[in-house]
Design a protein around this ligand. Structure first.
Ligand code: ZN
Ligand code: ZN
Length: 355
């Protein structure tokens, strides 16, 4: 590990709601792991929940904890065996979070986001969730969780490859077909990038339901139709916009009980809702309509194979990652970044942290 200092700066969540910049030991890559110099990390809605302690005992399993899972950087040290996969010092990479076992039935079928050994020490890690993340000068990750960044994608946009891969996963899970009318509940980064993913899959219209004015303005600037749920009943409005029929596919990217109910309510008969928002409360579902209208409701967890697939789409500008970046701050400004994220007037979509 030449040129790598033995300690590094890291953002440590000491306990729910309390973060501190600390000097901590630089992690050392083990077998089939690489050490990367983190150049950009993007703040995710999950980070905000996680710092607040909204997933007790799960994400993270315990405090203190270093979050951060949407990042890009360059490889500075190779653990034993990682060179066999072609990794070299200096490679530019984008990271993702699920380092799955590769052995269980879900993994061998390609659904490594559903690894049946989730969280078991030695078998599975989810960086920045139940294992140390990238809000630091350096991060160690397994070879399966870093992806070579093309020269045409900056580190800043590299930090948005993970959420872009999730957006593509959501549109894939929603089964968006050419000509579909797609509604999206929630105009944050995942919602807006899912709109691009829907267009890439051939959607004819994308309607974004979002209460925050700045986010609606961004959605409109991207060419999406917008609905303000505070101004009119969003279910009725989407039905009015679709000749009474409803949306063929709804992508639920807000994760609160009301938006899940809206999403199902605005679906066309036989339609499908793909949910990526994670409600922290139970949601009552209109089962009668789900049964009688043969609605489908599917969950979407992270991505599974979309990291490499989404990079050319970002590079070509079809997945408009660069449009998501609203703020740039350094690691020591993390608390300011969190406050900015939470302030609806700030119009934050993607905040990039430069460690
Ligand atoms: Zn994320
Ligand atoms: Zn597995």
């Amino acid at each position: 590990m030449t040129d790598v200092s033995p300690t590094m700066q890291a953002l440590v969540v000491l306990e729910p709601g309390r973060v501190q910049i600390q000097e901590v030991p630089t992690p050392v890559p083990g077998p089939n792991e690489v050490l990367a110099r983190v150049r950009a990390v993007s703040i995710c809605g999950t980070d905000v929940h996680l710092v607040r302690g909204d997933y007790p005992g799960f994400w993270p399993t315990s405090f203190p904890f270093i979050p951060g899972h949407e990042w890009a950087g360059e490889i500075v040290a190779l653990g034993p065996g990682s060179d066999l996969y072609g990794w070299k010092i200096g490679d530019r990479v984008a990271g993702t979070s699920h380092d799955a076992c590769g052995f269980c039935q879900k993994c061998v079928e390609g659904h490594y986001n559903l690894c049946e050994n989730y969280g078991k020490p030695g078998l599975h890690k989810q960086y920045g969730h139940n294992y140390q993340g990238a809000d630091a000068t350096y991060v160690v990750q397994g070879v399966k969780t870093v992806f070579k960044l093309p020269d045409g994608i900056s580190f800043e946009l590299g930090a948005i490859i993970d959420p872009a891969s999730i957006a593509l996963h959501v549109a894939n899970r929603g089964g968006v077909a050419p000509g579909d009318v797609v509604a999206i509940t929630g105009g944050g980064a995942i919602g807006l990038l899912s709109g691009d993913a829907a267009l890439i899959r051939g959607a004819s219209r994308v309607i974004v339901i979002e209460p925050t004015e700045a986010r609606r303005a961004k959605a409109a600037a991207l060419g999406f139709e917008t609905v303000d749920p505070a101004a009119s009943d969003p279910v009725k409005t989407v039905r009015d916009l679709t000749g009474g029929l409803g949306a063929d596919v709804v992508l639920e990217a807000a994760g609160v009980p009301a938006t899940v109910q809206w999403a199902l309510g605005m679906l066309r008969r036989g339609g499908r809702c793909a949910a990526v928002g994670i409600p922290t409360l139970g949601v009552e579902i209109a089962m009668q309509r789900l049964v009688l209208d043969e609605l489908e409701l599917v969950g979407c967890r992270a991505s599974a194979g979309e990291m490499r697939r989404v990079m050319p789409l970002v590079e070509q500008g079809r997945m408009r990652a660069s449009e998501m970046v609203t703020h740039r701050l350094v690691l020591t400004q993390y608390e300011e970044a969190l406050a900015t994220y939470r302030d609806p007037k700030a119009g934050a979509i993607k905040i990039i942290i430069l460690p």
